[in-house]
Design a protein around this ligand. Structure first.
Ligand SMILES: [Zn+2]
Length: 202
């Protein structure tokens, strides 16, 4: 019988040790289920492994914080699944309303959709409802975004360095709008997400 390499033995024993689950690892952002916006059942679509996170805005019309976000979500789904696009579901995985409420979009394990030339396979798509060339992120929305990005990096084992915006992948769009993009361009978002991830170890 071959001698077991000590390093391999140590690794084997380490793997058998229970991994403690800490409360700080839990999600900090509550995501409202699809039932909250009366989503229709999706059609089947191809699965993927998440490797990066990409931030969008809806574009087009602005959405005031007092508007009915659930109705807007439903309208996007109807348009997406109808003859205009014939997609299998709403195109984004997670959506953020102007009042900071976060909603579940399509199943995160299915590939998202895009009108532009990049391939969204492997991308977790987060989109703000409304138009952030005309609207502005307030402190609360910035907090929600960085908390959500932290949660998703931890949950799906994605490095914060793999967080970017739609326009970083496509020259055909200014998405996610000038205001949201300015916080990525300055480096604030990635830095803040890294800080929040480090907090869980303290
Ligand atoms: Zn986009």
């Amino acid at each position: 019988m071959k001698a077991i390499f000590p390093g391999a033995l140590i690794y084997f024993v380490f793997c058998l040790m229970p991994v403690p689950v800490r409360a700080a690892d839990a999600d900090t952002v509550v995501i409202q289920p699809r039932s909250s916006w009366s989503a229709d059942e999706p059609r089947p679509y191809k699965q993927h492994e998440l490797t990066r996170i990409t931030v969008h805005h809806e574009g087009g019309r602005i959405l005031p914080p007092t508007a009915d976000a659930g109705q807007r979500l439903k309208n996007i789904q109807i348009w997406s699944m109808g003859p205009a696009r014939n997609w299998t579901d709403i195109p984004y995985h997670i959506l953020i309303a102007p009042d900071g409420t976060v909603y579940q979009g399509r199943d995160v394990h299915t590939v998202g959709e895009t009108n532009t030339e990049y391939n969204p396979e492997g991308h977790l798509l987060i989109s703000f409802l409304g138009n952030y060339t005309q609207q502005k992120l307030d402190e609360h929305l910035l907090e929600v975004l960085t908390d959500l990005l932290r949660d998703m990096c931890l949950k799906y084992d994605i490095s914060p360095d793999q967080i970017a915006t739609h326009r970083d992948y496509s020259a055909q769009t200014t998405c996610p709008g000038e205001d949201i993009y300015s916080y990525f361009k300055s480096g604030y978002i990635i830095k803040e997400v890294k800080r929040k991830i480090l907090l869980k170890d303290q």
